[in-house]
Design a binder for this molecule. Structure first.
Ligand code: HPA
Length: 245
């Protein structure tokens, strides 16, 4: 099975050494620029930086449909989506890695489905992430000696601005543990495209209204760099642990 990793705002260090990969445009448009291919634990893996490389696409401008279609057309069947998030719930302290098990979609106006007038798609999305893939990611974290939280509700907001404190309060009441801007429609499109999909989320800041200190971009970047190095170890263990599957 061919795998892809969709990278988020935090760069995956090892991807810097990957070879450029050609992902042709498809009927949904251009996939993000900067896709590359590398070998992780003996396995050929496609890496697609969802914001493009250099990073230039804000979350609402990412062409999620073109990205997922490009991966599917390249033979990919399993996708690990990486993202940096704000922490809302007690399990989401800054620096924590979570493998969410649920999501709530607050985005709007994005191209969010492959359904078309002559192609009705009512996919089952009660469990938005692939259970077996989530388990494999969590097992990989354990083997790598990394703490990763099993589960959490990811709230997907529109961005690119951060939320208001009241919006985060509402999201907390809704049951959200994390807030990010890219989990949707990516997860739903992956389901429609019949790709196994799960996310690994890195908390880089307390969500709006929950910080003791003022917003500090340098601190966020330092947390992201440290966290992505840990996520890289998680991915190494994940790909090492795949046997033929
Ligand atoms: N809100 C939304 N998206 C984010 C945040 C946040 O606080 N941090 C990182 N991505």
């Amino acid at each position: 099975m061919t795998w892809a990793v969709i990278g988020g705002s935090g760069a995956l260090p090892m991807a810097a050494a990957f070879a450029p990969a050609e992902l042709p445009p498809n009927r949904f448009g251009e996939p993000a620029a900067g896709a590359c291919r590398g070998v992780i634990a003996g396995r050929d893996v496609l890496y697609l930086p969802r914001h493009g490389r250099p990073r230039h696409l804000a979350p609402h401008l990412v062409n999620y449909r073109a990205n997922l279609e490009a991966l599917r057309a390249a033979g990919v069947r399993g996708v690990v989506g990486l993202n940096t998030v704000g922490g809302i719930g007690p399990s989401a302290a800054t620096g924590a890695i979570l493998v969410p098990d649920q999501l709530i979609d607050y985005t709007w106006g994005r191209e969010h489905t492959f359904a078309e007038p002559d192609r009705l798609l009512h996919v089952d999305f009660a469990e938005p992430f692939d259970a077996a893939l989530r388990r494999r990611l969590l097992d990989a974290a354990a083997r790598a000696g990394l703490a990763a939280v099993d589960g959490g509700v990811y709230g997907a907001t529109q961005g690119p601005r951060f939320e208001t404190a009241a919006e985060i309060e509402r999201m907390a009441r809704d049951g959200c543990d994390l807030v990010g801007m890219t989990g949707m429609p990516e997860a739903a499109l992956a389901r429609e495209a019949e790709l196994d999909y799960a996310m690994v989320s890195l908390v880089v800041n307390p969500a709006a209204g929950r910080a003791e200190n003022p917003f500090d971009m340098a601190a966020i970047q330092a947390t992201a760099a440290d966290g992505m190095a840990r996520i890289e170890r998680l991915l190494l263990a994940f790909f090492e642990g795949l046997d033929g599957g």
